[in-house]
Design a protein around this ligand. Structure first.
Ligand SMILES: [Zn+2]
Length: 96
């Protein structure tokens, strides 16, 4: 079963901060307004792609020069629980 893409409705913060480490782009987007405009079902990845299109490194990636546009919050928001901690807890429970 393919994983459901994360949508704007899944985004838990009021502002989505997008940054590109390659070209220095920085933007903060009001998530409520994005949902009004694009609908809650728009995949976050698609939205980032829309923003990325204004970066020529995004549209014309070259070796070692592709655009690094992304949202740091996403990484933390949707990352599985810290593997080490959760795993240790589970191991103890299992043994008990
Ligand atoms: Zn860029």
């Amino acid at each position: 079963m393919p994983e459901k893409p994360r949508t704007l409705a899944d985004f838990k913060l009021p502002l989505m901060a997008l940054t590109c480490t390659q070209c220095g782009r920085k933007g903060r987007y009001n998530v409520a307004r994005l949902i009004e405009r694009h609908g809650p079902e728009m995949p976050i990845r698609d939205f980032i792609d829309v923003i990325g299109r204004s970066c020529h490194r995004w549209t014309h990636p070259m070796k070692h020069q592709s655009c690094g546009l992304g949202c740091d919050d996403l990484i933390y928001m949707f990352m599985p629980k810290p593997a080490a901690e959760g795993y240790a807890e589970q191991m103890q429970t299992d043994r008990g």
